[in-house]
Ligand binder design. Structure first.
Ligand code: AHR
Length: 502
């Protein structure tokens, strides 16, 4: 068992994280909306057809912002078909299914108000136009001027929705995206869209789909840097679009050497343009596990439903979401907190079903392992990042899925401080699959005479939650007096812990 020391200086606060780091994403894909959070036939449905058990679970992890409606879906979506008394079913060309359009902008905003989160709308920059995007903003945010604000009022919403966060496009750099653009085309479209959207509502905060790729971002920032408030990047580490081929626990730990790569690249570009104080990073789609949807992001499309629709049900296998997902998710949330001077928002993709942290079934919901990590981070960690220094950090060699050896840190430690009362809360992740690790906390300042440990863990690396299976849970320890001796904590194997001190 290793013995690592972390020295913390609570009074030297380096940065304060935005609560929007714990955001979520929901897309019109498979059972996320229809049959997920929106299920009028469910016994759990409220008067708006929303699953009250899902809404309650989202309130418990204080979802701060919810990105919608896509994702690839949005790049051929026309918002006007899904507002008002008459809804036009549309063939969703992204995911090749009919969308009834019974869940649209007004249902989405109502859902956000019930959750208590900010709406964050991603617009169609695939087949859409600057005008269609800015018309959507008129519909949502103008009081009563012009056709679209009047339309919202006629639809029964006299007050503006006041949607503050908007993204221009989704992954329009990717060949798989409908209406994909070259870097030059992208810079021009984003500029014209941003201009029209800001002319509608100058208080709206705008993001645009970006990459860590130099050429794409140089063109985007050169054209639009002064018009944007955010720049959006996405990452899934264990990509499985065509083969539902899960990385093992060990292989998942190998990915933890690649958590801040894209943040560093984008940070460097923003600094090169002198924009790092003006534009923040929105990591608005991320998950260890890429979604499974075979024969769609391919040249040859699936023909029979069994080739491209039925396999989507494989995303719903709860036994696949284990402590690997929990430990990886905690490590990435630590990375976001450490970079919260430039990362202001992040959206776990998605929140409900597919690879999400909440799974719905006829008789209730399953809180997957990742849900408990969000519960732990949102409800037990602080909002400030104090200065700290680690010594004697153990490492371990793990096999990457691409069959190379990666040497990774065994521990991932994030000290935080709660600004309201100064309480210290140290996130301590032990990635080792079988060995506990000892952590010594050194705090030169007085006080902090009591502590408790809150842990998310299971019996093994393969523990998971399912209907009738509670393999992974959050356990809250009792408050204890700190002994005079060095303050040592044992971190169990494959565990995510928060050590609170007051
Ligand atoms: O696999 C799901 C897709 O991943 C999302 O729709 C898109 O934004 C990303 O490419």
């Amino acid at each position: 068992m290793g013995n690592t020391t972390i020295s913390i200086t609570p009074s030297r606060v380096l940065m304060k994280r935005d609560r929007m780091l714990y955001g979520q994403f929901i897309e019109h894909f498979h059972r996320q909306i229809y049959g997920g959070v929106y299920d009028p036939a469910s016994p759990f449905a409220d008067e708006d057809g929303l699953r009250t058990d899902v809404l309650e679970a989202m309130r418990r992890i204080q979802v701060p912002i919810l990105r919608w409606p896509g994702g690839c879906f949005v790049s051929s979506y026309h918002w006007q078909k899904a507002v008002g008394p008459v809804r036009t079913p549309a063939f969703d060309k992204a995911w090749r299914v009919e969308d009834p359009n019974t869940f649209g902008t007004n249902e989405y905003v109502k859902m956000c108000r019930k959750i208590g989160c900010e709406p964050y709308i991603c617009t169609n920059a695939g087949t859409g136009t600057a005008e269609e995007m800015s018309d959507w903003l008129e519909y949502c945010n103008l009081e009563n001027e012009g056709e679209f604000a009047r339309l919202r009022i006629a639809h029964g919403y006299p007050e503006p929705h006041r949607v503050k966060y908007w993204s221009i496009g989704n992954e329009n750099y990717g060949w798989w995206e409908i209406g994909a653009k070259s870097a030059e085309e992208w810079g021009r479209l984003v500029l014209e869209s941003a201009k029209m959207m800001k002319h509608v509502d100058p208080t709206a905060e705008l993001s645009a789909a970006a990459l860590s790729d130099i050429d794409w971002n140089v063109n985007l920032l050169k054209h639009c840097g002064l018009h944007l408030d955010w720049i959006s990047i996405h990452k899934y580490w264990n990509l499985m679009p065509n083969v539902n081929d899960f990385a093992t626990y060990e292989q998942s730990m190998a990915y933890t050497n690649d958590l801040d790569t894209d943040i560093r690249k984008v940070r460097g570009l923003l600094m090169a343009f002198g924009l790092e104080k003006r534009i923040r990073i929105a990591y608005d789609e991320w998950n260890l596990r890429g979604w499974h949807h075979p024969n769609v992001h391919t040249i040859r499309q699936g023909v029979t439903k069994d080739e491209y629709i039925t396999p989507r049900d494989l995303n719903d296998r709860n036994q696949d979401y284990t402590m690997a997902d929990a430990v990886f998710t905690a490590c990435f949330l630590n990375t976001l907190n450490r970079n919260s001077d430039i990362v202001g928002m992040a959206c776990f993709a998605p929140v409900v079903n597919t690879r999400g942290c909440i799974f719905t079934h006829r008789d209730g919901i399953v809180l997957r392992s990742t849900y408990h990590v969000f519960d732990l981070y949102v409800n037990y960690l602080g909002d400030e990042i104090p200065d700290s220094q680690a010594e004697n950090m153990p490492v371990m060699d793990v096999r990457h899925k691409e069959n190379r050896t990666e040497r990774v840190d065994v521990l991932d430690i994030l000290p935080t401080r709660r600004s309201t009362d100064g309480m210290l809360a140290v996130a301590a992740v032990n990635k080792h699959p079988s060995a506990a690790q000892k952590l010594t906390l050194r705090i030169p300042e007085n006080g902090y005479r009591e502590y408790r440990v809150i842990t998310v863990n299971g019996e093994s690396t393969e523990a998971y939650n399912d209907v009738g299976v509670n393999g992974v849970r959050l356990t809250e320890g009792e408050w204890r007096k700190r002994s005079e001796a060095p303050f040592e904590i044992d971190l169990p194997a494959h565990s995510v812990n928060v050590i609170q001190m007051r």
